[in-house]
Design a protein around this ligand. Sequence first.
Ligand SMILES: CC(C)(COP(=O)(O)OP(=O)(O)OC[C@H]1O[C@@H](n2cnc3c(N)ncnc32)[C@H](O)[C@@H]1OP(=O)(O)O)[C@@H](O)C(=O)NCCC(=O)NCCS
Length: 156
Amino acid sequence: MDEFQETPKESLRINQIASIDEVKEAINYFNMVFTPTLSQRFSDLDKYSEKIFQYANICVVKENKRYKGLSVLYANNTETKMAYLPLMGVIPQSQNKGIGRLLISECINISKRKGMENLKLEVFLSNIKAINFYKNAGFNFLEKASSESIYMLRKL
Ligand SMILES: CC(C)(COP(=O)(O)OP(=O)(O)OC[C@H]1O[C@@H](n2cnc3c(N)ncnc32)[C@H](O)[C@@H]1OP(=O)(O)O)[C@@H](O)C(=O)NCCC(=O)NCCS
């Protein structure tokens, strides 16, 4: 037996969540990553978790079993073929390392596989970092969503 086995390198893993307990855990973990926080947006996080578990594709990126990034994607409207990305977030200490890019690529692939033609999201106009990130990922401005936010769209 090799006495000097290499210790495994720190590695990023992306996978889709397949259990409601893990969705609840992840949603609670990423609560503060978003502005407004998820608990400010949704009065009952467990209920919100159950809703996305039923209808959405939920991906997490983990490094050494610790959560780093989360995406929630609806890619089930076969009439409009419009996928929608309500949540995408990376914990602050792990931003700018390509984790967001990994998540958005996975969301694009899932959407294409499910026959979607466009991917849409809403972003606050004040969130310059996210707007630039989405532009670099191929999104364009679509229209105002509210006085403080816009929709962005990417053709698939
Ligand atoms: C917006 C957000 C999801 C981007 O995620 P991220 O992991 O920081 O994004 P990435 O690291 O993939 O890309 C960010 C930049 O890092 C750079 N980068 C990518 N890989 C890199 C690497 N390996 N090393 C260094 N820099 C890298 C990229 O060039 C990119 O720059 P660009 O946006 O000008 O292309 C993240 O900032 C976030 O979670 N923000 C808070 C929540 C939020 O606002 N979500 C969006 C709501 S709509």
